[in-house]
Design a protein around this ligand. Structure first.
Ligand SMILES: [Mg+2]
Length: 111
């Protein structure tokens, strides 16, 4: 992980994305379009993972991206998704991690 950058809370991330999107008349895409965008970016992540860790080498003409870059793209689209539906990502994460911590607490080998 790179350290030479600002640290953001989810609130700051959501606000920054909202400020960016808010400059444009078009605003957020519809949920269906955002779903397609999220799938696109997930595919791009899969491509990078396959390139770095899988068996399929890239053609020399293919653009060099990174897993970090694609995870960032997914975060951006995910944040657009949450903002467009007025979902607080901290609350969403809390629900998710709470579920995982309780439901799956005996699933893995304790260190
Ligand atoms: Mg991408």
């Amino acid at each position: 992980m790179t350290a030479n950058h600002p640290r953001y809370t989810t609130e700051e991330i959501q606000k920054r994305v909202d400020n960016y999107i808010g400059q444009f008349k078009e605003g957020y895409f519809s949920p269906l379009s955002l779903m397609a965008r999220l799938s696109e970016e997930t595919g791009e992540l899969a491509r990078e993972v396959n390139h770095y860790y899988g068996e399929k080498p890239k053609k020399t003409t293919e653009e060099e991206n990174t897993v970090e870059e694609e995870l960032g793209d997914i975060m951006f689209v995910l944040t657009c998704f949450a903002n467009s539906l007025d979902i607080d990502l901290s609350a969403a994460f809390e629900r998710s991690i709470g579920k995982i911590e309780t439901r799956d607490k005996d699933r893995w080998t304790q260190k």
